[in-house]
Design a protein around this ligand. Structure first.
Ligand SMILES: [Zn+2]
Length: 237
């Protein structure tokens, strides 16, 4: 067993509506951040990406958000790039944790697959309209691909819209779960917290499931999650 470094390192993918609150919270908690996003700030973002202002229009989101973390006394760097399977080794590096706040299903699966293959903790967050969901992954439990199998052609925030405060709420949950995972809290490891409509109810449905025996990601995982029975259970709905 190697000695754990004193500083926890996290990669945050997406510097927008979800990535903003996630990065600000984790940066303030003393986690060293690498923020990855290939977008620039646009006027249409400002209602839900409240970390940015008019003065940031046209600047790369990743580097601008990293500057804010540093201004708050944290440690962060921004990389203007898109997380893809082919760049995952380079971008993931030796991070302890990957947190997804992107608006792209393909990216979420690429993050999950890389984290599973490399034995890292990961959190995947999504928000749409009035709700969202957050998945907390650790080595040895069923993964994001076990649950959702493959990207589907779902409407994105950009197409279907999301109420501004919803991304703050979902981002806050993602950051809280991420902090739990890196401090060893496994309460929600392998669970999806689903918030159907935050205007009506704030309590999530907690969805737990066993690894899918034919999941290509889990079949290659260094710590196998396939020892448990393939039964999916929703704790309450
Ligand atoms: Zn899996």
């Amino acid at each position: 067993m190697t000695t754990r470094p004193t500083t926890t390192r996290a990669v945050i993918v997406g510097a927008g509506g979800l990535g903003g609150p996630i990065a600000l919270a984790l940066g303030a908690a003393g986690i060293e951040l690498t923020i990855i996003d290939d977008d620039r700030v646009e006027l249409s973002n400002l209602h839900r990406q409240i970390q940015f202002t008019d003065a940031d229009l046209g600047t790369p989101k990743a580097t601008r958000l990293a500057e804010m973390i540093v201004a708050h006394g944290g440690a962060a760097r921004g990389i203007v790039a898109r997380w893809t399977a082919s760049r995952a080794d380079e971008l993931g590096g030796d991070a302890d944790l990957i947190v997804d706040g992107s608006d792209d299903p393909e990216t979420k699966f690429a993050i999950s697959d890389w984290a599973v293959a490399n034995g890292r903790c990961y959190v995947i967050a999504a928000a749409l309209r009035y709700g969202g969901n957050v998945f907390a992954g650790v080595p040895g439990v069923g993964c994001y691909r076990c649950l959702f199998e493959a990207p589907v052609d779902a409407p994105s925030c950009a197409d279907a819209g999301v109420l501004g405060p919803i991304v703050g709420a979902i981002g806050g949950v993602a950051a809280a779960l991420a902090l739990g995972l890196v401090s060893g809290d496994r309460t929600y490891a392998g669970a999806l917290l689903a918030f159907d409509d935050l205007r009506k109810v704030a309590e999530p449905r907690v969805v737990r499931f066993a690894a899918r025996p034919d999941c290509p990601a889990c079949m290659r995982a260094p710590i196998s999650p396939l020892a448990t029975a393939p039964v999916r259970v929703a704790e309450h709905s």
